[in-house]
Design a protein around this ligand. Structure first.
Ligand SMILES: O=C(CO)COP(=O)(O)O
Length: 125
């Protein structure tokens, strides 16, 4: 699967922890991320990630484009709902496209864990 990993700044620690815990699940998939998120995860894990631009510079839109082209299968996007983002329209567009194309989308860590556990189960079958 092609999986996108994204986190707003206050959620970077959480996505790194998630990637460390589920590294054994993620490492059989093709991973993508927005710029800073990808760098942080690669610093702390052995995962190889294709990095798009940073979110505020168009990274969310690049991932949205992949969704519309049918080449992104899952999105884990740990949003910060308590901080205004300068690129809020891009964030909303990415979430909207995930729903338009019915891509599994986790916007918080609890949902991300459920998706990753399901991926783990599927890969064991
Ligand atoms: O802003 C983001 C998503 O909207 C994340 O971008 P970075 O991973 O570059 O911080």
């Amino acid at each position: 699967m092609n999986i996108a990993l994204i986190a707003h700044d206050k959620k970077k620690k959480a996505i790194v922890q998630l990637a460390q815990t589920y590294e054994h699940v993620l490492n059989v998939h093709t991973l993508y991320a927005t710029g800073t998120t990808g760098t942080r995860i690669m610093e702390k894990t052995g995962l190889s990630i294709h990095r798009f631009k940073s979110g505020p510079l168009g990274g969310d839109q690049q991932i949205g484009a992949r969704i519309s082209e049918g080449t992104m299968d899952m999105v884990i996007f740990l949003r910060d709902p308590l901080t205004a983002q300068p690129h809020e329209p891009d964030v909303n567009a990415l979430i909207r496209l995930s729903d338009v194309y019915e891509i599994p989308l986790a916007t918080n860590a609890s949902t991300a864990v459920l998706l990753l556990k399901e991926l783990e189960n599927i890969s064991e079958i």
